[in-house]
Design a protein. Structure first.
Length: 253
């Protein structure tokens, strides 16, 4: 069963993190949503965070994981939000199980195919040699040789934990995620449609959802609405959490 952090009481609201992320990334926003009368379930997907690790990795499997989670927690009519990879999972879940989803929110990803583009990040992560028992600052220095963006490095470093005294490790299953990275860009199957309210939020400085993508998005999600957070990149919910929160809450209410 997927690991989750649950906050609040009320209407079930599932939040799904992006590639190499985890539920912790959504802790502050999750608590805010809980304050609005939602029971917020922040999930760790397979091979991420504290959830189980598996050599099998695909969107269909992750959607099944979310379905199994909902069944185990008796969640029937839910709202669901996903960022990046999590947005693809949320889109596929909503189109596969439309009777279970009331409203869908997708953060900075579309249903289209995305070419692999995480190679530099994965190279940096794979360059870390945990056998020499590096310190946190040693790990950051290694990542810094590959990843110039400070925010991205900090996001990745959240995955460090003490496996045992003196021994750091990453929480995600780096070997499988490196091998299966092509799965992240897989498009939503062309025939799938979700005919309920859907909010797409993109970063104004991000190139994940282009104006030219809107027509294709509307084929899958005819009741879609698109909002843009100015001057925000792909991590729009971390770069401007206040505006992101406002957009989500006004859509849900």
């Amino acid at each position: 069963m997927l690991y989750s952090k649950i906050e609040g009481e009320g209407k079930p609201f599932l939040i799904i993190h992006g590639f190499l992320g985890m539920s912790d990334n959504w802790k502050t926003l999750g608590q805010q949503f809980a304050g609005e009368g939602f029971q917020v379930h922040m999930l760790d997907m397979r091979n991420h965070g504290r959830s189980f690790q598996s050599s099998a990795f695909s969107y269909e499997l992750m959607v099944q994981d979310v379905f199994d989670y909902c069944q185990a927690h008796a969640l029937q009519s839910i709202n669901i939000l996903g960022h990046s990879m999590g947005g693809k999972i949320a889109m596929l879940f909503a189109t596969r199980y439309p009777e279970m989803v009331e409203k869908l929110i997708v953060a900075d990803i579309g249903p289209k195919y995305y070419a692999p583009h995480h190679q530099t990040i994965l190279a940096g992560l794979n360059a870390v040699d945990f056998s020499v028992k590096p310190s946190r600052s040693d790990v950051e220095a290694t990542l810094g040789q590959y990843i110039t963006d400070f925010g991205t490095r900090q996001f990745l470093l959240k995955n460090l934990y003490w496996q045992e005294p003196g021994q750091l490790a990453f929480r995600f299953n780096l070997a499988v995620l490196t091998k299966e990275v092509g799965e992240i860009g897989v498009p939503l199957p062309s025939e799938l449609v979700f005919e309920k309210p859907t909010l797409f939020i993109r970063g104004g400085s991000s190139n994940y959802i282009l104006d030219s993508d809107v027509e294709d998005i509307a084929i899958h999600f005819p009741l879609m609405k698109l909002e843009t957070i100015p001057n925000a990149g792909h991590w729009l919910h971390a770069e401007n959490p206040a505006l992101f929160y406002q957009m989500v809450i006004s859509f849900l209410k």
